[in-house]
Design a protein around this ligand. Sequence first.
Ligand SMILES: Nc1ncnc2c1ncn2[C@@H]1O[C@H](COP(=O)(O)OP(=O)(O)O)[C@@H](O)[C@H]1O
Ligand SMILES: [Mg+2]
Length: 244
Amino acid sequence: MDDAVLEVKSITAGYVPDLPILHGVSMKANRGEVTVIIGPNGAGKSTLVKAIAGLVPVSEGAILHETVDITNIRPDQMAMHGIAYVPQIDNIFRSLTIRQNLELALRHSGKEGPAKLATLLDQFPALRDKQTARAGSLSGGQKQFLAVAMALATSPRLILMDEPSAGLSPKAAQEVLELTKSLTEAGVSILLVEQNVNQALRLADHCYILAEGSNQTDGKASELLGNQVVADIYLGGRRLRAGQ
Ligand SMILES: Nc1ncnc2c1ncn2[C@@H]1O[C@H](COP(=O)(O)OP(=O)(O)O)[C@@H](O)[C@H]1O
Ligand SMILES: [Mg+2]
């Protein structure tokens, strides 16, 4: 059943007026699914996610979340709309402890804060065990777990994640992707940008391919896995081979 939670309708967006990076990009993300965006470096994947999060101005088109128009939303309004954004870089405060990071993320939770903190620490035992350590001392994978835990602090219904597995070992990348998938079991919808294409296609439900700021193709992730069109696209400057 098509149950779109996010609808991007033919948006034009860019960092500078009259210099669009996205040219009429459209996409949908369904409730409780992982929707993955792939494409070569510079395709506009991060720009698309930032445009949804209100961090890059949209000059044409519209973005709907749960049928509410969130085009050019103020970034501080995201939590109110049930959306969280995990940026690719600088998504945790390295000099603070893990607990302080979570407390910061929970700062608007009021009386519910301590209970929510306990729930998050239960959900991420590796973080609970190191809660007084500085976040900068965590492994790459654990840092991403912390970033996801911080995103969960506002109980989002939609999480935008920009390359959470970038720079991680294959094992840590797989763990982060599996965590992403597990969040959908609670009904959360995920929009994921990924460069680990085959890994992402194995766990995602739907996939969009962007190149040069435009939609190329999209389809069921399981059907794009091993598809020649996908295999022929250069990702990160290297040709993607079947089974890679
Ligand atoms: N802050 C910025 N200011 C101006 N141009 C930018 C900025 N960030 C990215 N771009 C440009 O936008 C285009 C798309 O970048 P990006 O969305 O980061 O691609 P991707 O995430 O697919 O690698 C690139 O040409 C890039 O140079
Ligand atoms: Mg990017």
